[in-house]
Ligand binder design. Sequence first.
Ligand SMILES: Nc1ncnc2c1ncn2[C@@H]1O[C@H](COP(=O)(O)OP(=O)(O)OP(=O)(O)O)[C@@H](O)[C@H]1O
Ligand SMILES: [Mg+2]
Length: 258
Amino acid sequence: MAETIAVLSQKGGTGKTTAVRTLTDAFRRSGVRTLAIDLDPQGNLSDYFDLPPDVEPTVADVLAGRASIADAIHDDLVPANLTLAEAELMLGGKMGRELTLRRALVKAPDRYELILIDCPPSLGLLTVNALVAADHALITAEAQYFALQGVEQAIELVELARDGLNPELSLLGVLLNLADMRTIHSREALASLKDRFDEQVFDTTIRSSIAYAESAERARSILDYRPDLGADYLDLAGEVLERLPALSTAAPRLAQLR
Ligand SMILES: Nc1ncnc2c1ncn2[C@@H]1O[C@H](COP(=O)(O)OP(=O)(O)OP(=O)(O)O)[C@@H](O)[C@H]1O
Ligand SMILES: [Mg+2]
């Protein structure tokens, strides 16, 4: 069974999609067979991977029971588009609505060792589905004054999912993203997160740079577009591997990329 990580934040624009995209790249380059799932009706992850917008079936078809997960995989990605908003509404009225993605993912092809799920910027039913389907949660926070509050809300949801439907769920870590450590407020955001969540906060922070928007626009990985910045994500991938013993055999290959 693959290790499954849900990447979430209550707030928009904390770098979830960029983190899923870039960690997927880093792990694949380290030889980890990785499936990425876009669970956001905005479909940004599908765009970042440059998938055609009309590709079908999508994750919405999987949640609606119209397609299997295997059928919805295109280039190791399960895409999403606006039809996911409709699928979420339909799901709301169904029995077992929180378990739908989990039930679908049980049938994911065995070849994958890692599954990364990109959640929408809300703590609604889609994010709950991701948390119930996942083994681990990775919470992203933007380096600003209200970071702590957003992370606390996300952690509450992780705990609810664990206490209710997914006792195996663990918090993989909290990532401070879009950071500029030259500024006081980025440093304060990191200090307050470390104060509150201690070693659950990744040591790696992701530096803020306009190059991320440029690389997204060009559908190029930051690892190629700006390797000097991409180094942050390779460091993060290293920390993630330390926290996932099942994948530790990939560490030497990851180290070669760094
Ligand atoms: N480290 C970074 N520095 C600067 N900009 C970044 C960084 N990471 C991502 N961005 C940019 O910030 C914007 C939001 O990033 P991204 O789409 O990854 O966030 P998100 O949390 O997935 O957003 P949403 O909540 O809307 O899904 C994008 O334009 C992206 O290119
Ligand atoms: Mg996103």
